[in-house]
Design a binder for this molecule. Structure first.
Ligand SMILES: Nc1ncnc2c1ncn2[C@@H]1O[C@H](COP(=O)(O)OP(=O)(O)OP(=O)(O)O)[C@@H](O)[C@H]1O
Length: 851
């Protein structure tokens, strides 16, 4: 960065200037109580007219009859009819209550910013107020020429003094050099300190141009940027960052440049959100939150590594410089400052003003996606405030500009409260120092030693930026007087260390897949054209080419083909990713699994899905290999080449991310779900089968027991039958059947006696006819399969041996049952079988024999 712009106000050697920064405490006469400012009071308004902190609001200045402080004079907003909808967007969260000062209304702006429709609060070239912009953004800034990117920009600002200075400054040499005058040096030769810029004087404009403008432009272009002031108390940090009405500091100038940048960038639209916080005694306070809620809810740092979130932190959407000014004034009014032995209004906290910049290309309206609100009415709250959405193929770029005024390092003071604050301040600054040392050492020696970011809130909060993903500019302020040599040397050593920290800031872009697909399609078209041209030329050319050249040629054609295939795949994957995104309520594909499919079909489905996964894995590998195989640039390659390479790599990374996302969303997750579902389905079925089998086994056991019992009964009956048969035989042999009296003539009282053997014959006759009747009946139906688990041969098979026995047994048992007066269970079957039983046949013949 050239220092020419600042040459007018920088000098080779610091000369005493007629300036006394310290003001006697009596000048404002703040009592002891008032020195520890309660949050949300405005001592600067009440105190001296010339204060450099807590700029007055326009409204307060009007009442005091003075011009506005802080952001310089802002011309009144003329009514405009320029914007598309005829009305300029308003800063939605700015408190607007008559003409009262926001500083005097600490509880205003209760608006819930999360409910703002971001489409309504967009700022673009047409809606920026002419009065809101600085005129100094040049083309080089708009074209991304921000100077060195991989190193921290380190500048020293020397506060003017009336007293003798201890330092010699060479601010026009390369590099700029600062050296302790030999008479104050303890070593034989005083050390030279080299920095990007060494600035002197009271003018803030050259300071801004030299140390901040490029970083503000980088932030507008999508890089995170951090600008912070570091130095001992009363050395001019707040003066540099905030300034006063005559010399607005970095913050107000940066805000003007933000709007100037928007005005010059006609093809983009922006959403700007501000937050303002302070770290006081190792607690983070939201300076924009209503004081009550800020006390009850201190801001927490959540997340790890580069993904750090501050919550709850109020972010206010701003659309104009006026809106920013109001936010700044409100925050300034809540800052903790106090009179110390060295500074009448010393910052007792680290303050961080953050501007979140989201931007995307302006919608033309032709693609059906004009800018501006499209869905009127209530908006559901968005966690963490409104966010700009990628629309109509327009990606959203997000970056954060952080402007940090650190509390000053200091010696012990006479005041107890100040001493306690001083301890916290010094501890967090020491941690910042050791974090910077470790980072510098890691860079220098290629190490990756643990960096103690967590040792203080300040370093934890700065972790993402200090880890490299930000453009950083540090302004170290020093008091050049001889009384402050030790503190100044310490500040310079810190500055030297931070110079060594390596940065690698990256733009953060939320890619709209539509845009990506369009790019792929164009590339495919282009590749196909090249391929067909080559193919058309091939016969002619191949005659001229050597064998080796022909091989190269065919390789080139093969590469073109592969890239076309790869892009086509990427399009397919992105489309599926997008489809899934569009309908989040729809479950992924497992819901479509048809469980009526045979296991074979399911297996085929799984195999097909697996094959697809393999193809995608190969695709990922080939993209990764292509990434690795990219030619590395030599270290002295021009920055434009490096930028190109970085952009290409970022593109490939995005492609890879999309493929991986598609892989996971379309195959990984659904496949796992399919497998789980299939497994569950089959596990259920298996369990059911096991249960059924167990029941049948119990039933079979029971039957076996019954059979055994019946067998025993049958044997017993058989014995009885045999005994009876023997008895009957004997009875017949003895001729006892013929021993009867001579028949009497039959009368009414003497009916005819049965002839010997007649009753038995009649009974036998009856039985015979019954048997023949049964024989003429249709054969018995076999038992249904379910009636007997023992029947294994299936329906219609021959009855098993056991069943035959069963029939016999039942026949025999039924006799037993008849005897005992019980009815047989399978009555029809039993009664039929009974009549065929040989036992019965024997018994039936003996039934009418008197015993
Ligand atoms: N370059 C400068 N030109 C003119 N005045 C300056 C300059 N630097 C500092 N001052 C004045 O010196 C006084 C102290 O400066 P300032 O409050 O900015 O210091 P600080 O480093 O922020 O101190 P602290 O750490 O205690 O907050 C202020 O009155 C300020 O206006």
């Amino acid at each position: 960065m050239s220092s020419s712009s600042s040459s007018a106000t920088t000098s080779k050697l610091v000369r005493p200037v007629p300036f006394t920064p310290k003001r006697p405490a009596s000048a404002t006469h703040l009592s002891d109580d008032s020195t520890r400012l309660p949050r949300s009071t405005t001592p600067s308004v009440l105190g001296s007219a010339k204060k450099y902190k807590a700029a007055l609001s326009t409204e307060s200045r009007t009442r005091l009859g003075k011009p506005a402080l802080g952001l310089g004079s802002v011309p009144p907003t003329p009514s405009r009819s320029k914007s598309r909808d005829g009305a300029r967007p308003k800063t939605p969260s700015s408190p607007r209550k008559g003409t009262e000062s926001p500083l005097l209304m600490p509880h205003v702006s209760e608006m819930d910013v999360s409910r703002i429709d971001p489409e309504e609060a967009l700022v673009d070239a047409e809606t920026v107020e002419p009065g809101d912009i600085s005129m100094e953004i040049d083309e080089s800034m708009l074209n991304g020429d921000y100077g060195k990117e991989d190193k921290v920009l380190v500048s020293i600002r020397i506060r003017p003094t009336d007293n003798a200075t201890a330092w010699d400054v060479a601010s026009h040499t390369h590099p700029r050099t600062l050296k302790l005058q030999q008479q104050y040096s303890k070593s034989a030769a005083a050390q030279d300190f080299h920095f990007d810029e060494i600035l002197t004087g009271s003018e803030n404009k050259p300071v801004y141009n030299a140390v901040a403008r490029s970083h503000v432009c980088a932030a507008m272009d999508g890089y995170n940027a951090v600008i912070f002031a570091y130095g001992q108390t009363a050395s001019g940090k707040t003066f540099t960052l905030s300034g006063d009405e005559d010399q607005p500091g970095i913050i107000p100038r940066a805000m003007k440049d933000v709007f100037a940048y928007i005005r010059r960038t006609t093809n983009r639209e922006y959403l700007l959100r501000c937050s303002y916080l302070e770290i006081y005694n190792e607690a983070i306070h939201d300076l924009l939150a209503p004081p009550s809620s800020s006390v009850s809810q201190p801001v927490q740092i959540q997340g790890t590594g580069p993904n750090i979130i501050l919550t709850p932190l109020r972010e206010e959407v701003v659309t104009s410089l006026k809106g920013v000014r109001e936010v700044l004034q409100r925050g300034e009014g809540n800052r903790r400052t106090a009179t110390t032995d060295w500074n009448e209004r010393s910052s007792r906290s680290h303050s961080v003003f953050r501007l979140v910049i989201e931007s995307r290309e302006r919608g033309s309206g032709e693609d059906g996606t004009p800018s501006g609100r499209t869905t009127p009415g209530f908006r559901p709250p968005t966690p963490g405030g409104p966010r700009l959405q990628a629309r109509g193929g327009r990606s959203v770029q997000t970056s954060v500009l952080s402007l940090i005024d650190l509390a000053g390092s200091e010696k012990a003071t006479s005041d107890k409260e100040r001493t306690r604050e001083g301890k916290y301040i010094n501890t967090s600054l020491l941690t910042l120092g050791s974090v910077i040392s470790t980072l510098a050492e890691n860079t220098a020696k290629g190490k990756s030693d643990h960096v103690p970011f967590r040792n203080s809130k300040l370093t934890r909060m700065l972790q993402p930026s200090l880890s490299g993903n930000a453009r950083i500019s540090v302004i170290c302020t020093i008091n050049p007087e001889t009384s402050a040599i030790a503190e100044s040397t310490s500040t310079l050593l810190f500055a030297q260390r931070i110079k060594k920290v390596q940065l690698h800031a990256q733009k953060k872009e939320v890619v709209d897949t539509d845009a990506l697909l369009e790019r792929y399609r164009k590339e495919i078209e282009d590749l196909k054209k090249r391929l067909s041209e080559r193919e058309a030329d091939a016969p002619v050319r191949s005659r001229r080419l050597s064998a080796r050249e022909q091989l190269d040629e065919s390789r080139a054609m093969h590469d073109l083909n592969s890239r076309i295939k790869q892009l086509t795949k990427l399009i397919l994957t992105s489309q599926t990713v997008d489809e899934n995104k569009g309908d989040e309520s729809r479950p992924a594909s497992p819901a479509k699994v048809d469980f009526d499919m045979s296991p074979y079909q399911l297996q085929q489905e799984l195999l097909a899905a697996r094959r697809e996964m393999e193809v995608q894995s190969t695709q990922i590998l080939s993209l990764e290999a292509a990434l690795l195989a990219r030619p590395q640039l030599p270290p002295d390659a021009p920055d434009s080449e490096k930028d190109k390479l970085l952009a290409e790599q970022a593109k490939t990374i995005r492609e890879l991310e999309i493929v991986v996302k598609g892989y996971e969303e379309n195959l990984g997750e659904p496949l796992r779900a399919v497998r789980e579902d299939v497994e569950k389905e089959w596990a259920d079925r298996f369990e059911k089968e096991v249960r059924a089998r167990q029941e049948k086994e119990v039933w079979a056991d029971e039957l076996v027991k019954q059979l055994e019992k019946e067998r025993k009964t049958r044997m017993k009956l058989e014995e009885e039958r045999q005994a009876l048969a023997a008895f009957v035989k004997k009875f017949d042999q003895l001729g006892l059947g013929g021993l009867v009296a001579p028949p009497l003539p039959p009368t009414k009282f003497n009916p005819p006696m049965p002839t010997p053997g007649g009753a038995a014959a009649v009974f036998a006759q009856r039985q015979l006819s019954r048997i023949s009747m049964l024989k003429s009946e249709p054969p018995l139906a076999p038992l249904a399969e379910t009636e007997s688990p023992i029947r294994l041969g299936g329906i219609g098979a021959e009855p098993s041996l056991m069943e035959e026995q069963w029939e016999d047994i039942i026949a025999d048992v039924s006799i037993e049952m008849e005897k005992t007066g019980m009815s047989p269970t399978k009555s029809g079957f039993v009664s039929r079988k009974l009549s065929q039983s040989p036992v019965r046949e024997v018994l039936s013949q003996k039934e009418n024999v008197p015993v």
